[in-house]
Design a protein around this ligand. Structure first.
Ligand SMILES: [Zn+2]
Length: 344
């Protein structure tokens, strides 16, 4: 397996004239250490855990080319370089048959992805950063948001450097941000869709603020504060249920979702909204478990005359229009329309 390559204070001229050139130059997982004006402290920036999510790597390449000195030492970890460079460029979340790297940050670390995750954790332990930002793109198009496992002043401040929305999730998936603690607050930043200019812009501006701020825990304060979404529930498909996206019900599929379902990302929806069509019943088609472990399917969706509708006033996000992602991961996440957990 590929081990990390270490680069200290890379020459801005060496990082190449495109993000592709930058990644080719790294040639595998890399750890770039940039000395700060105050070299008694350190922050970490992790990106490209998923090879098909380019915004973080683009922002880092651009920032390194500027050759600016960060306020404190910055440790930059660029993980799935090989997957990203596999043609077609930036389309492989991971290499074929590999596990999702952002599900590997807990034992056992016994395959290649597990060892890579363990090495990232070791690098972070070694450098003792005052904060860790792990930057991703969402699978669909949509606005930016941050995710953390528990809210406090530090996580709020970190999130606010990048975005106006914070999701507090207790889902235990093996993601890097689940390793967060008081000594090293860690947030996931989802800057938006991988093809969205707004996402690249969010990544770049956020990274610049993160690198330049003397005190990141006071620099990001926002007027009106953050919009919070707590304990979202995932709507998953049961095994063997087939799904497609179309303007009208498609024969031969258990569920047809509207192709414009992404427009509901972070918007409020109610039972008047038609999400799609199905001939089945919710309990046989879907799986959803709330924070207490209870089934939440009937609190998320209902079916009326073959139309699939929200069961009540909800806020949906990470809505996908990619059937493979819907099948492997989930269709969307939901909270109550006021951002609180869906009540039992
Ligand atoms: Zn990702």
């Amino acid at each position: 397996m590929r081990r990390f390559r270490f680069l200290r204070d890379p020459d801005p001229a060496a990082v190449g004239d495109s993000v592709e050139a930058f990644l080719s130059w790294l040639d595998g997982p890399a750890c770039l250490y940039v000395s700060g004006a105050d070299d008694s402290r350190c922050r970490a920036f992790v990106t490209l855990l998923h090879g098909n999510e380019p915004s973080g790597a683009m922002a880092l390449w651009r920032w390194l080319r500027h050759g600016e000195r960060p306020a404190v030492n910055l440790v930059c970890i660029v993980a799935s370089v090989t997957a990203a460079l596999t043609e077609p460029l930036f389309t492989h979340r991971m290499l074929p048959r590999a596990r999702d790297l952002n599900r590997c940050f807990r034992p056992p670390f016994d395959d290649a992805q597990g060892r890579l995750a363990e090495e990232i954790l070791e690098l972070l332990r070694l450098h003792r950063p005052e904060a860790v930002v792990d930057m991703h793109n969402t699978s669909g198009s949509g606005p930016s948001f941050a995710v953390c496992t528990f809210p406090d002043r530090q996580h709020d401040a970190l999130a606010a450097l990048f975005t106006g929305r914070l999701i507090i999730s207790h889902l235990d998936l093996g993601a890097l941000m689940e390793r967060s603690d008081q000594r090293c607050p860690t947030v996931t930043i989802e800057v938006g869709g991988r093809l969205d200019d707004a996402a690249h812009c969010c990544a770049w501006e956020g990274l610049c603020r993160y690198a330049a701020a003397g005190d990141i825990f006071s620099a990001g304060a926002r007027e009106g504060g953050l919009e919070r979404l707590t304990d979202p529930v995932r709507l998953e498909l049961r095994a063997g249920v087939s799904l497609t996206y179309a303007q009208r019900p498609c024969a031969g599929h258990d569920i047809t979702l509207r192709p414009d379902i992404e427009q509901h990302n972070f918007g409020n929806v109610g039972p008047q909204v038609v999400l799609g069509w199905t001939g089945g019943i919710p309990g046989r088609l879907f799986r959803a478990v709330d924070a207490s472990g209870a089934c939440a399917v009937d609190r998320l969706v209902r079916i009326e005359a073959g139309e699939l509708r929200p069961a009540g006033p909800l806020k949906l996000f990470m809505v996908t229009t990619n059937a493979a992602i819907a099948q492997d991961d989930c269709l969307f996440y939901a909270v109550a329309d006021d951002g609180r957990p869906i009540s039992a």
